[in-house]
Ligand binder design. Structure first.
Ligand SMILES: [Mn+2]
Length: 424
């Protein structure tokens, strides 16, 4: 973890400027009828989960270029996630990926308590083979033509639930790479029937207070067809399984230019929005840092979420899911968590009564302008003040760099080649 004295010193250097910026923004918002303290307290309560696999360097089909001091296993990963939360106060939980993070529950709980974290959704893995595995997932898992392979995939998911129950998780996220690479290779209908039948068995093992999240993805690793390829298929799954089944929206898993915020609205309207994997993309499922390409789209997603706040039963899970190839993963995850918070704060600033009025009057220009007014507001002083008051850093990246954390762990962690940089 980062020495508290460094955080205090770094914050002291920036406090005067922050106070001035916060006061100026407060005055501006006051003129708009917005109480800055109310926005700040909502931002302070907001949290986004960090994926355990995010703290390792990712990679592409072509290469992986490991960084210094990469985590050697789940306990190093939890140290890194603890630093992200310590400095940003925006990431109170970690989402584990099994079997990459498999460890005794007592050890996981002890480490989480030590670094000030709790556990978010469990993620199963039936898209790659593990050493000693009986049946291969080369041709699929939950939708495989072979019943024993499907059974193996079901049992793995049930084991993920069992571990999750011991560490305080309340959700299982399922993503499968099942599909086909050639027209004719698989029968769409029979393949989906097999998937539904297998997933129903996992659903039957779900504790009463758990949510089953299914995640759709348009393509890759199957490049012709993917079993759970779009939000329509995902909604069918959630409707077929039952009330505890909901859809997970990964921002990168859609065709280019798809209106993701409208998908969010549709799933919300029918009580099936289960959660998010935040990231950004330029071309496909690029897994770039959240908000790095299209922050306005992220804002529009949060506009829908703020619109739905207070709806009974509306409580989607929020998680980052991205791949870091050229940056320090800790810096990327801190920046991304703050981008998510920023989009939330901006969406909270939208004058909703005015927006409804312009919509009802069909004043398209003023409706669009009213919405964008929130996005155009620089809310950084709100985020920074929430971090400061929560014990974090006014400037997390600068403070992290000043701490020398990466150099220190690089000395403690010998380079390893086998760390899973996988992303889902
Ligand atoms: Mn994902």
């Amino acid at each position: 973890m980062i020495n508290a004295d460094i955080i205090t010193q770094q914050n002291a250097d920036r406090l005067e400027r922050l106070n001035a910026d916060y006061a100026a923004l407060g005055a501006q918002l006051d003129r708009r009828g917005i109480d800055i303290a109310r926005i700040k307290s909502k931002v302070a309560r907001y949290g986004v989960a960090v994926p355990s696999w995010g703290v390792g360097t990712g990679g592409t089909r072509f290469a992986r270029f490991p960084g210094a001091g990469e985590p050697r296993g789940i306990f190093d990963k939890l140290d890194d996630c603890g630093v992200i939360q310590q400095l940003t106060r925006a990431t109170p939980s970690v989402s584990l990926h099994i079997p990459w993070d498999d460890a005794p529950a007592t050890d996981l709980n002890a480490k989480a308590e030590q670094v000030g974290l709790r556990f978010d959704a469990m993620n199963s893995n039936t898209f790659q083979d593990q050493p000693g595995q009986t049946h291969s997932y080369k041709f699929g898992s939950l939708s495989h033509t072979d019943a024993a392979t499907r059974r193996q995939a079901v049992e793995h998911n049930i084991a993920c639930i069992a571990l999750g129950e011991k560490i305080g998780s309340k959700a299982l996220t399922i993503w499968v790479g099942d599909g086909s690479n050639f027209p004719g290779q698989a029968n769409f209908t029979r393949q989906f029937e097999r998937y539904l039948e297998a997933t129903q068995q996992i659903y039957a093992a779900l504790p009463d207070d758990w949510t089953l999240l299914t995640e759709h993805k348009m393509y890759e690793p199957a490049f012709y067809s993917t079993v759970v390829q779009d939000w329509g298929t995902n909604l069918l799954i959630a409707q077929q399984l039952g009330d505890q089944a909901k859809c997970l929206v990964d921002l990168g898993h859609h065709a280019p230019n798809v209106n993701i915020e409208m998908i969010v609205a549709r799933l919300t309207q029918f009580g099936k929005l289960g959660g998010f994997h935040f990231n950004d993309s330029k071309y496909g499922d690029d897994d770039l840092d959240t908000g790095s390409i299209d922050p306005y789209r992220l804002f529009l997603v949060f506009n829908e979420l703020v619109e739905a706040e207070g709806t009974p039963g509306f409580n989607p899970m929020h998680m980052l899911d991205q791949s870091h190839n050229v940056t320090d993963p800790i810096e990327s995850l801190m920046t991304s968590a703050m981008e998510v918070q920023r989009a939330y704060a901006q969406a909270l600033l939208v004058d909703r009564a005015a927006l409804v009025g312009f919509q009802d009057e069909n004043d398209a220009l003023m409706a669009a302008t009213t919405l964008k007014h929130g996005f155009r507001t620089d809310v950084e002083p709100i985020l920074a003040m929430a971090r400061l008051e929560g014990g974090g850093a006014i400037d997390p990246v600068a403070t992290y760099r000043a701490s020398g954390y990466r150099a220190r762990v690089a000395g403690e962690r010998p380079a390893v080649s086998g760390v899973g940089g996988g992303i889902v």
